[in-house]
Design a protein around this ligand. Structure first.
Ligand SMILES: [Zn+2]
Length: 277
């Protein structure tokens, strides 16, 4: 499970994405692919993995959220190693040329000159959780109160456009869905109707953009309730990815894949985790 990728020299510090673990360097991605290839692993998409469940030494690289650096900086490295991956874009920021509330929040944290402990609290502590579990509307009003509205040119991140997503797909990569708004499926503000809308409408919009069926769904932040895999299946998806599976029984309708969080500069740790699989 990967998110953002930038060349080392383009990563400005402090950087909340690197500190949280959702931004790795392009050099690290390259070194990781070299190492995994030398260990005899082959790279496949999630749908290919779903069709070869008994094969060993297959790896499905997944990139969540749909940041434009996936197109600019991850794709060339993947192609250099003849690897394909699965991308899970969030529809609203991709189709509207906007960003998620979390991006504005991180930018605010990085520009606020916080003391180390306080900064940690805003990135992975109680302060972060307080923001993270607000509904998208409440997150917007939090940002209105604390952060000046940033114009496009002031924003540090951009999401992939429909054209970039189509090109990724044309080059053999898989495009799945990560929902419309990154709404968390286990949060108090969600209900079944909203979940179905996130699943069906995001699928429709991405299919419209890339001209191919969207067959895999990725739960935002990996969170899901017990019946949610069934909802994913009923919405027309053939596989789902998450972080930790609740139990085996409920995952029978479609393949549900747990993922390893690819942390910055931790190839040894990654190989150790892979050897347990
Ligand atoms: Zn995500």
């Amino acid at each position: 499970m990967l998110h953002r990728v930038l060349p080392h020299k383009e990563i400005k510090t402090p950087n909340a994405y690197s500190d949280f673990g959702t931004l790795i360097t392009q050099e690290y991605l390259d070194a990781m692919l070299v190492k995994l290839k030398s260990e005899g692993f082959q790279f496949v998409t999630i749908s290919e993995l779903s069709m070869n469940l008994n094969e060993k030494r297959l790896i499905a690289l997944t990139f969540d959220d749909g940041y434009s650096d996936n197109y600019t900086h991850a794709l060339p490295v993947l192609e250099l190693h003849k690897a394909t991956a699965t991308f899970y874009p969030v529809v609203i920021p991709c189709m509207n040329n906007s960003v998620l509330p979390l991006d504005s929040y991180y930018q605010w944290v990085d520009e606020s000159n916080l003391q180390l402990g306080e900064r940690e609290d805003y990135i992975r502590g109680a302060k972060k959780r307080e923001f993270y579990w607000l509904s998208p509307e409440e997150q917007m009003s939090f940002l209105d109160k604390h952060v000046n509205n940033l114009s496009n040119s002031q924003r540090r991140v951009r999401y992939m456009t429909a054209t970039e997503l189509r090109e990724l797909a044309e080059r053999g990569n898989e495009i799945g869905s990560h929902g419309l708004s990154h709404a968390l499926f286990t949060s108090g503000y969600m209900n079944e109707e909203k979940k179905r809308f996130e699943l069906i409408e995001s699928k429709r919009q991405i299919e419209n953009a890339i001209g191919l069926p969207v067959l895999s769904f990725c739960f935002p932040s990996g969170y899901y309730d017990h019946c949610d895999i069934q909802l994913v299946s009923e919405s027309g998806y053939k596989s789902v990815v998450l972080i930790r599976k609740k139990n085996e029984a409920e995952c029978n309708s479609i393949p549900a894949f747990e993922r390893l969080f690819v942390k910055p500069n931790a190839i040894g740790e990654l190989l150790k985790e892979l050897s347990k699989k």
